[in-house]
Every structure is written in structure tokens, then in C-alpha cells.
Write a protein that binds this ligand. Structure first.
Ligand SMILES: Cc1cc2nc3c(=O)[nH]c(=O)nc-3n(C[C@H](O)[C@H](O)[C@H](O)COP(=O)(O)OP(=O)(O)OC[C@H]3O[C@@H](n4cnc5c(N)ncnc54)[C@H](O)[C@@H]3O)c2cc1C
Length: 350
């Protein structure tokens, strides 16, 4: 950190590469940045790394990573994190990259949460965009956000002694229905079907909690939100038997996450259908020193595969090095011939 952003009053962190997105593309690129001697900082809008692997299919087996015949998606993410750990590069979670500005020969990336980075290069590894919660599709819902309507549980204690309606039938909804027992004064779980979209063990645990009278389970959909004295106080719900009213103090809607390219769509990158055209010799975009790798990169015959993301990140960094250190000649050395690097990496793997 060496200066303060004039407008935001925030310290500016200086680095060689800002990686936007901690999915497989971003995590592998972090490792490669360390190998070739670049400093880097990674940002992700979510509160955990892993991108689609962690958010969409953590337990699904992956069979097409070279030299790894089979691993689960979460295991792959854990191994990538282990691989980059020796370099100690920061991963700033819960930080959505919001603006990109050219300042002289460098770039300034600012997050929605107010962090500011001064960098020689930017790797956009944002996949399909930041994942945002799928919202309640009722016109009155937006007005209740954070006033009784929640799309995530940040602190369970916030719900102590409250009557809670949890809407959703996936793992998060069920996990929170179970976790808030003994904290909330009453829990109702609302899902449009009698069957859940969650791990069998979690579904079984919820059914057992229902049988034990710890959770009420209602099959139905939200039809209207009701307020009393400006506070969210209940909802009219459509069920197979007709309409009924549910009274509660807090509504936690956990309908899953949807990708949203968000602010990146407004950056001058000629994005098409949420993807950014690149030069395939180095994955640079139309902006000098700004690269797009992984699912967000657009070029002929692009395959949305983790393997392709690894290749794109590795090549992009070679060009990034030239931006970060224009006066240095980078000579390629295999990591196995670099003694200092070997010592650093010796702690990883078996
Ligand atoms: C069900 C399913 C199964 C799959 N199976 C396989 C398989 O077997 N093998 C295979 O190779 N591929 C598979 N894929 C594809 C693979 O998951 C993707 O190719 C890979 O995740 C792309 O990685 P990425 O890092 O480019 O993007 P992502 O994994 O999408 O990660 C992007 C990250 O960027 C973050 N982000 C976005 N915008 C911002 C912003 N403005 N600020 C901060 N952070 C931001 C997001 O929160 C996200 O964490 C599968 C995909 C799905 C959906």
C-alpha cells in the first residue's frame, strides 16, 4: 500500500496482477503468477473460492484433469488452493470488482465494497459473472430487502427468538432450517415440492426434524408478502389445498445463485452475450494489459472446460509479465530447475 485513493479515502494496494474471480481459472493463474515471479491479488464476489465447482457441483466427479483420473469438484478446488498457498497471495472474498480505470500506463480496480488496487495488469476470470442470489419474484419484495427479507444468513444469532420462514428446497435452505433450530423461536420451511433438491442425508434430517415437531414444512409458493406497521409480518402462500397465510418475523429466501456479469458488462471490452473477445496468442482483450481467461473468454472453438482455463491463464501471464516488468527479459525456467522455487513448493503435494 503506498497511496490513498482521493475519492474513496481508501488505501490503494499495489500489485502486478489483479485476478477477478477465484474459480479454477483464477486459482490456477495465481499459482502460475507465483511461479513466474509476478505479485498478485485475487478478488471474488462470493465468500468462498471455487467458482462453479464449489457453488454448482462440489460433489460431482471430474474426470478430465490431466494426471488426475478422478476427483470431486471441491477436491479440485482444495488442491488448487493448496498449490497456490506457498506464495501467500491474498484472496479477497466478498469483494466484487466494480470499476476499471486506466491511470497512466496502469489500471485501477475498485470493488463495490471499497477496496482499491493499482495494478500493471488485470486477469478477468469471472466465469459467467458474479453469482447473485435468485430473488423473490414478487413486486413488493425489493422494498423488504434487509428489512425482514434476507438472501443469505451472515450471522445465525441475528435470528434468535424470531419466527423464521425459510423458502427454498436446496442444500442451503435445508442446512439453515436445521442450523436455526434452538436459535429461532419457530421455523417454517416452504418449498414448492414435497421432495427436496438436497443431499439425501440433509433431506432425511429435515424430515426427522419435521416429525419431531422442530420444523414446520409447507409445500407451496409465495404469493404475496404482508406487512404490519411497515414491517414484513407474513405471506400469503399458494398450496395444493388453496391459499393460506403464514405469519413470521423474518423471511430467508434461498432459491440458489444465478450468474450476473454485472459491472464487467459495462467495461469497454466489447463483451458479447456475457463473454469477452480475446487474442488467442495471449488472451489479451481489446484493452492493453487486461486479459480474459476461463469461461468468460470468447474466441473461435472456445471450450468451457477447466483444462482450457488453465492453458489460457498460463499464456496470459507471459504477456502480463512484459507489462509489469518491461525492462526485464523473462527467460523460461522449468520450476524443477529453479532451486528457490523448488524450496517454496516442497511443502505441497505428497
Ligand atoms: C454442472 C457442471 C459440471 C461441469 N463439469 C465439468 C467437468 O467435468 N470438467 C470441466 O473441465 N469443466 C466442467 N464444467 C465447467 C467448469 O466448471 C467451468 O469451465 C469452470 O468453472 C470455469 O472456471 P472459471 O474460473 O472461468 O469460472 P467460474 O468457475 O465461473 O468462476 C468465476 C468466479 O468469478 C467470480 N466473479 C465474477 N464476477 C466477479 C466480479 N465482478 N468480482 C469478483 N468476482 C467475480 C464468481 O463469483 C466466480 O467465483 C462444469 C460446469 C457445470 C456447471
Amino acid at each position: 500500500m503506498n497511496e490513498t485513493d482521493q475519492d474513496l479515502g481508501q488505501p490503494v494496494e499495489t500489485t502486478d496482477v489483479v485476478i477477478i474471480g477465484a474459480g479454477p481459472a483464477g486459482l490456477w493463474t495465481m499459482f502460475e503468477a507465483g511461479v513466474i515471479g509476478l505479485r498478485c491479488v485475487t478478488l471474488d464476489a462470493l465468500d468462498r473460492p471455487g467458482g462453479q465447482c464449489t457453488e454448482l457441483y462440489p460433489d460431482k466427479p471430474i474426470y478430465d484433469i490431466p494426471a488426475v483420473p478422478r476427483c470431486s469438484a471441491q477436491e479440485l478446488v482444495d488442491r488448487l488452493l493448496e498449490q497456490c498457498a506457498p506464495f501467500g497471495f491474498p484472496i479477497h472474498l466478498g469483494q466484487r470488482a466494480d470499476s476499471l480505470e486506466r491511470i497512466g500506463e496502469r489500471w485501477r480496480v475498485t470493488t463495490r465494497e471499497g477496496r482499491v488496487f493499482d495494478t500493471a495488469t488485470v486477469m478477468i476470470a469471472a466465469g459467467n459473472g458474479a453469482f447473485v442470489p435468485q430473488r423473490v419474484a414478487l413486486p413488493e419484495a425489493a422494498a423488504f430487502e434487509d428489512r425482514g427479507l434476507h438472501y443469505a444468513v451472515r450471522q445465525a444469532e441475528r435470528f434468535r427468538g424470531r419466527r423464521v420462514l425459510i423458502a427454498g428446497g436446496g442444500d442451503s435452505a435445508l442446512d439453515w432450517a436445521l442450523a436455526l433450530r434452538g436459535i429461532a423461536s419457530h421455523i417454517t420451511l416452504l418449498h414448492r415440492r414435497a421432495n427436496f433438491r438436497a443431499a439425501q442425508a440433509t433431506s432425511d434430517a429435515v424430515k426427522a426434524a419435521e416429525a419431531a415437531g422442530q420444523i414446520d414444512f409447507v409445500v407451496g409458493t409465495l404469493d404475496a408478502l404482508q406487512e404490519v406497521d411497515g414491517q414484513l409480518a407474513g405471506a400469503r402462500v399458494k398450496t395444493l389445498q388453496g391459499e393460506r397465510d403464514l405469519a413470521f418475523d423474518e423471511l430467508i429466501a434461498l432459491f440458489g445463485l444465478v450468474p450476473d456479469l454485472g459491472p464487467i458488462a459495462r467495461w469497454p471490452l466489447e463483451a458479447r452475450a456475457g463473454r469477452i473477445p480475446v487474442d488467442t496468442s495471449n488472451y489479451e482483450t481489446a484493452l492493453p494489459g487486461v486479459f480474459a481467461i476461463g469461461d468468460i473468454a470468447l474466441y473461435d472453438n472456445k471450450q468451457k472446460l477447466i483444462l482450457s482455463a488453465f492453458h489460457e491463464g498460463s499464456l496470459a501471464l507471459r504477456k502480463a509479465y512484459a507489462y509489469a516488468y518491461p525492462d526485464r527479459q523473462r527467460t523460461h525456467v522449468h520450476s524443477s530447475y529453479d532451486a528457490a522455487l523448488q524450496e517454496k513448493l516442497a511443502s505441497t503435494g505428497r
